[in-house]
Design a protein around this ligand. Structure first.
Ligand code: CA
Length: 723
C-alpha cells in the first residue's frame, strides 16, 4: 500500500507537477552543419594583419576536431603595426533561453603551427553592447604543447563578469595580442560556458539499439541516457569493419538517435558509439552494427520523409503532455498548440503506415486528452503556448498574449476532429476517446471571439486580464480560413455562416486596408485578386498569394477540392499560388544561390535573421528556402514537389537532412542552415504527402458531420448578396 502522503499529494496536485524549463549549456560552437564557413562568426583585420576567411566568416575544418565532425580554423597573421579580431557570435534561435549556471568560459584549441605562447590571441566577452577586459590565452594554459587538443578554462570573474551574466553574453572575441607577429594556425572547438565544478568523471558505454540504412543516410538509435552524466554520444563509422573514424556527436538532451548522412549509396558501413561525459572523458566503444545502403524508389523516399517528420511528434513530443514542441532543439516543456494539431494528424499517418501500432497510438491519445482536459482554456480556447508540466499558459510572445489564441485553437481542433474519425473502432478505449474529443471541441466558444454583438470579424486573441488588448481581427485570405470554417461548424457556439463573407472575405474599408497594408499592394485588397502572374491567374489572395503555408495549414484536413465559394475552388486557387511561387524561384529576381526548379517554396520558417514569413516577391525574399514549402505542396504540384524533395535529400542532405527529416530552412547565399526543426513545418510534410498519396486526412476530417454541414452552409450563401 502506498503511504498516505502520496495520496494527499495527489489530491493537491491531481495531474501536474511544478517544474521549470529544462536548462542546457550555453554553447557558442560545437559543430557546423555547413561544411565551408561558420555563419555565426565575424572576421575583421587591417593589413598587414590578416585572418583567413570566407566572406568574413571563419572557415570550417573537418580533418581534425575535438568533437567530430569539425572545428573552426583560425589562420592569422599578426603584425605589431596592425590588428585583427574575430567574433564568435551566439547562434540564436527560438526558445534557446534557459541556460545552465556557468562560471567559466571553456574553449578547446589545437595549435597546428609552430606558434609560441606569446603569439596566441587574447580574448574578450561581449554582452549588452559592451565588451569586457581582455585576457591573454597564454596566461591560462598549463603544459602548453603544439599539435594536441588543449582545454582553456577562464573564470568569468577574470573578465569582470559573473554567472548571472551568462544569458546576456552575445559574442566571444579573439584578437591579436599587442606586439605579436608572424603567421599562425590554430583550430578551435567546443566553445561554451561551463560550471567549474565539472569533473572528468568516467562514463559507461552505450550500446546501439537499432541501425537502419536508407539511400544516403543511416539512422542509429540507443537507449536514452542520462544527460546529467552523458553530454554527447559520439559516433564512429567504418567502411572495412576494422578502421573506425569518428564522424559525429549527438546532444543527449534532445535525442537518442543520430542520423549519419554520408551522401553515398550502395555502401556498407559498420558503426560503434561511445558516451562522452561533461568533462569530455570517453567511455569504451559499443559493439559494432553493420548496415547496407540501398537506392530508394520514389515511393520509398516519400515514406522516408513522412516517417522522419512524424518522429518529431512521436519521439520528440513534450514529455508530460505527449504534444508538440515549438521547435527542437528549443524549449523542452513548452507545448505549441497549433503545431500539436498538425502533429496529431502526423500521428494518424504514423499509425496508418505502421510507423507505430494502433496499440501505441491509442494510449498516446489518452495521454494527450488527459493533458488537454486539464490545461488552461479561455472560453474553451487554448493559448498558443502551454507549459507541459503545469498546463498553464506560457506568454512566450509577451504578456499581452497570456490567454486564448483562436487560430492556434482551430489548428488543434482540426487535428482532434481528424483523430476522432480515425478512432472508429467500437471498443471502450476508442469510444471513450471519441467522447472526450467531442466534449473539448464542443466547448470552444467561437462566438465569444466575435467580441461584440455587432462585430463583423473573429478576433485572434483574448486575455483574461487585458481582454482584447491585441485586437487583431481575422481577415482573409491567409491561414485562418480553418478558423472561420470551424467557427461556422461548431454545434453549440457557432457563428453565423454569413460571417464567411461579412468577416473573412469582407469587402468593407477596414478589410481592404488590412489586406493592402499586409500585402504592400492593392492587388487582392478586395479578397479576390484576379491578377495574372507568370501567366498564371490568381483569383483569390493578396499580392502573389502569400507564403505557401496559406495553402497548407487550413487544408491539412479541409479538402480543398470540396471548398468553394463565390470566387473560386480552393484546390485550383492553391495550386496556382504554388505554381506562382515555383515560377518565382525559377525566375529568381533576387539572384539567390541554389534557387531553381529543384529548390523553391517560399513560406514561413527560420532564417539567418530569425523566423519570418517569406513570399514570392523580392521584398519578402532573403534567399531562404524551407523544404516544407515545396514538400507540403505535394497535392498541388506532385512532380515539382518530388524534384525538390530529391534535390533537398540527395544534393543538400549532408546539412539539410537529420533526425526529424529536413531541417527547417537553408540559405545558400549566406552559407546558412537552420539547426532546428519546427513544429509548424514538419507535420505538414507528412500530412500533405499522405493527402497526395491516399487522401487519408482529408477523408477523415471531412467525415465529421459538423464539417459537412459547414461546407453546405457556406455553399448555400447567396452568391450575389452583399453580406
Ligand atoms: Ca566540433
Amino acid at each position: 500500500m502506498k503511504p498516505l502522503s502520496i495520496y494527499i499529494f495527489s489530491l493537491i496536485f491531481p495531474l501536474f507537477l511544478n517544474s521549470q524549463e529544462t536548462t542546457y549549456d550555453k554553447i557558442f560552437f560545437e559543430n557546423s552543419l555547413m561544411p565551408e564557413s561558420w555563419y555565426y562568426s565575424d572576421v575583421k583585420y587591417e593589413a598587414p594583419a590578416f585572418v583567413l576567411n570566407i566572406e568574413d566568416k571563419l572557415p570550417v575544418h573537418d580533418e581534425n576536431a575535438l568533437t567530430p565532425g569539425n572545428s573552426l580554423l583560425l589562420n592569422y597573421t599578426s603584425s605589431p603595426q596592425a590588428n585583427w579580431n574575430v567574433d564568435l557570435v551566439f547562434p540564436e534561435w527560438r526558445g534557446k533561453d534557459f541556460f545552465k549556471p556557468a562560471d567559466q568560459l571553456s574553449i578547446w584549441f589545437y595549435v597546428k603551427s609552430n606558434t609560441e605562447l606569446k603569439d596566441l590571441p587574447e580574448l574578450a566577452i561581449k554582452r549588452n553592447n559592451s565588451i569586457s577586459k581582455t585576457k591573454k590565452i597564454a596566461d591560462y594554459i598549463q603544459d602548453f604543447q603544439n599539435g594536441t587538443w588543449l582545454q582553456l578554462r577562464i573564470p568569468l570573474q577574470e573578465f569582470g563578469l559573473d554567472s548571472s551574466d551568462v544569458s546576456d553574453i552575445s559574442a566571444i572575441q579573439f584578437s591579436q595580442l599587442k606586439g605579436a607577429s608572424g603567421d599562425h594556425e590554430i583550430l578551435i572547438d567546443q566553445v561554451e560556458f561551463i560550471n567549474s565544478e565539472i569533473r572528468n568523471i568516467p562514463v559507461s558505454a552505450v550500446e546501439i539499439n537499432s541501425a537502419e540504412a536508407y539511400e544516403m543516410h543511416v539512422d542509429l538509435t540507443w537507449e536514452k541516457v542520462d544527460p546529467a552524466r552523458v553530454k554527447y554520444v559520439k559516433i564512429y563509422r567504418s567502411q572495412d569493419g576494422s578502421d573506425y573514424q569518428p564522424v559525429g556527436i549527438q546532444n543527449t538532451q534532445y535525442y537518442s538517435r543520430y542520423t549519419d548522412f554520408t551522401g553515398k549509396t550502395n555502401q556498407e558501413y559498420s558503426y560503434k558509439i561511445s558516451a562522452i561525459g561533461h568533462g569530455y572523458s570517453e567511455s569504451e566503444l559499443s559493439k559494432p552494427v553493420q548496415v547496407s545502403m540501398k537506392k530508394m524508389s520514389d515511393e520509398e523516399l516519400l515514406t522516408m520523409v513522412q516517417e522522419a517528420s512524424f518522429r518529431y511528434y512521436w519521439e520528440g513530443a513534450e514529455e508530460y503532455s505527449g504534444l508538440a514542441l515549438e521547435n527542437i532543439p528549443g524549449r523542452k516543456n513548452m507545448v505549441a498548440s497549433g503545431a500539436s494539431g498538425f502533429g496529431l494528424m502526423a500521428l494518424v499517418v504514423g499509425a496508418e503506415r505502421g510507423f507505430i501500432t494502433r496499440d501505441q497510438f491509442v494510449p498516446r491519445m489518452e495521454k494527450i486528452l488527459d493533458f488537454l482536459e486539464k490545461a488552461d482554456r479561455f472560453h474553451g480556447a487554448y493559448s498558443h503556448f502551454i507549459d507541459g508540466s503545469s498546463g498553464k499558459v506560457v506568454p512566450f510572445f509577451g504578456n499581452k498574449d497570456n490567454g486564448a489564441d483562436l487560430v492556434e485553437t482551430s489548428f488543434l481542433m482540426q487535428g482532434l476532429l481528424t483523430v476522432k474519425q480515425y478512432l472508429s473502432e467500437n471498443n471502450s478505449a476508442e469510444n471513450d476517446l471519441r467522447t472526450r474529443i467531442t466534449k473539448i471541441w464542443e466547448e470552444v466558444d467561437w462566438e465569444w471571439f466575435k467580441k461584440g454583438e455587432n462585430d463583423k470579424y473573429l478576433t485572434w486573441h483574448w486575455s483574461p486580464d487585458q481582454e482584447w488588448v491585441i485586437d487583431h481581427q481575422l481577415i482573409g485570405w491567409n491561414e485562418t480560413l480553418i478558423t472561420y470554417f470551424l467557427a461556422i461548424a461548431s454545434p453549440d457556439h457557432g457563428i453565423d455562416p454569413a460571417m464567411y463573407y461579412s468577416g473573412w472575405a469582407s469587402q468593407e474599408q477596414k478589410a481592404q486596408d488590412y489586406r493592402s497594408n499586409w500585402g504592400e499592394t492593392n492587388s487582392g485588397s478586395l479578397y479576390k485578386n484576379e491578377e495574372v502572374y507568370f501567366g498564371i491567374p490568381l483569383k483569390v489572395g493578396v499580392g502573389v498569394g502569400g507564403p505557401l503555408f496559406f495553402t497548407h495549414y487550413s487544408f491539412l484536413g479541409l479538402d480543398p477540392h470540396r471548398m468553394e465559394d463565390r470566387y473560386v475552388n480552393y484546390f485550383e486557387n492553391n495550386k496556382n499560388i504554388v505554381r506562382i511561387n515555383y515560377r518565382y524561384s525559377c525566375e529568381n529576381p533576387g539572384g539567390y544561390e541554389g534557387y531553381g526548379r529543384n529548390s523553391w517554396g517560399l513560406t514561413a520558417s527560420d532564417g539567418p535573421e530569425g523566423y519570418k514569413a517569406r513570399e514570392a516577391k523580392p521584398s519578402q525574399d532573403d534567399g531562404t528556402i524551407a523544404p516544407t514549402g515545396a514538400i507540403a505542396s505535394f497535392p498541388y504540384t506532385p512532380e515539382k514537389s518530388m524534384d525538390a524533395l530529391k534535390n533537398f535529400y540527395r544534393n543538400n542532405g549532408k546539412f539539410l537532412w537529420g533526425e526529424y527529416g529536413f531541417r527547417d530552412a537553408y540559405n545558400l547565399s549566406e552559407d546558412w542552415v537552420g539547426n532546428i526543426y519546427m513544429g509548424l513545418n514538419q507535420a505538414p510534410m507528412t500530412v500533405m504527402i499522405e493527402n497526395y498519396r491516399t487522401g487519408l486526412l482529408w477523408d477523415l476530417f471531412m467525415k465529421n458531420q459538423e464539417v459537412q454541414e459547414a461546407l453546405k452552409s457556406i455553399k448555400a450563401l447567396d452568391k450575389n448578396k452583399d453580406y
